[in-house]
Design a protein around this ligand. Structure first.
Ligand code: NAI
Length: 296
């Protein structure tokens, strides 16, 4: 992990100062943390107050770990938290230079919110979506600023992962892309440019592997632990695919598989029936306390 709080001043800056983050779940709180940690003012919004409360506690814990490991000065812990503001009302985004959306992976809900944000925010505000797989081109087209819209796809857990996949919608301008690329570098991340296509690069490759691991379990080829061990011990993956699916959230995995299936119209992307059943049962992984493993 590159800690950016000390180095931001020596880098080229994007000029984006106040960042809105919409959605305070698994990804949103991590995204809010990395912005606040690199000296930017953050407005974190969620329609569930409980999610905001949990998010602030998670950010506090994560910053404390960086201090413990000597990767962050303790005054930076306090200062980062002070830069993080929470709200249940999207009106606060009217004062933001960039809004990064990280709500549930559902295209209709995301488009509805982007229309609202478009009416609320000044014309120069940039919009980015952290979507895992949904078309940025379609979301951009729902706004009056398609040239100022693109994908900014962080990896989980955001404070630790180096990559940000930057996805150009068909309409994204070079000025928008360059500002978000510079901002990603300011965060200490490595941005990689990709074009808009279902699942982009990351989830087009990762999710079918996870889905295949679930099929392997479904067909009784091996137990969950055994499947994960084959991939960690045999392929040197840091985490087995079923444990990773639990960490991502099984609902999110299912949404992504559906986007791949609908987008390519290819049966090889059919979501495993066990994944569908787990989500129907509310076993969405770590965040619900139960997935392929149990979490107390
Ligand atoms: P999550 O389910 O943990 O959090 C979603 C949050 O959005 C919740 O706090 C919920 O209350 C909030 N929300 C839903 N509708 C809302 C609305 N209308 N207004 C305000 N807040 C609303 O989901 P997660 O995992 O954080 O995913 C968010 C986005 O990030 C999705 O697009 C997902 O595909 C993407 N993503 C997820 C990754 C993961 O590992 N979970 C990795 C990379 C991207």
């Amino acid at each position: 992990m590159t800690t950016t709080a000390f180095s931001a001043g020596s880098l080229q800056t994007s000029g984006l100062q106040t960042i809105g983050v919409l959605g305070a779940g698994t990804m949103g709180h991590g995204i809010a943390q990395v912005f606040a940690q690199s000296g930017l003012t953050v407005q974190l919004v969620d329609n569930q107050q409980a999610q905001l409360d949990t998010a602030v506690k998670a950010v506090d814990r994560s910053l404390a770990k960086f201090v413990e490991k000597g990767k962050l000065a303790s005054d930076q812990h306090t200062a980062s938290l002070a830069r993080l503001h929470t709200n249940t009302d999207i009106e606060v985004f009217a004062g933001c230079d960039l809004v990064v959306e990280a709500i549930t992976e559902n295209e209709a809900v995301k488009i509805d919110l982007f229309r609202k944000l478009d009416a609320l925010c000044p014309a120069e505000t940039l919009f980015a979506s952290n979507t895992s797989a949904i078309s940025l081109t379609r979301m951009a087209a729902a706004t009056s600023r398609p040239d100022r819209f693109m994908g900014m796809h962080f990896m989980n857990p955001v404070p630790l992962m180096q990559l940000v996949e930057l996805i150009r919608a068909l309409q994204t301008s070079d000025a928008t892309f360059n500002a978000i690329k510079t901002l990603s570098e300011q965060l200490g991340k490595t941005p990689i440019e990709v074009r808009d296509a279902p699942g982009f690069v990351s989830n087009r490759i990762l999710m079918p592997m996870i889905n295949e691991a679930i099929f392997t379990l479904y067909e009784g080829v091996a137990e969950a632990e055994a499947i994960d061990s084959v991939m960690t011990l045999g392929m040197n993956h840091p985490m087995g695919p079923l444990k990773l699916a639990d960490m991502i959230g099984l609902d999110t995995c299912l949404f992504i598989m559906k986007v791949l299936y609908d987008g390519f119209k290819d049966p090889k992307y059919r979501p495993c029936p066990l994944l569908v059943q787990m989500v129907d049962a509310g076993y969405t992984g770590r965040k619900s306390g139960r997935g392929f493993y149990n979490y107390d």
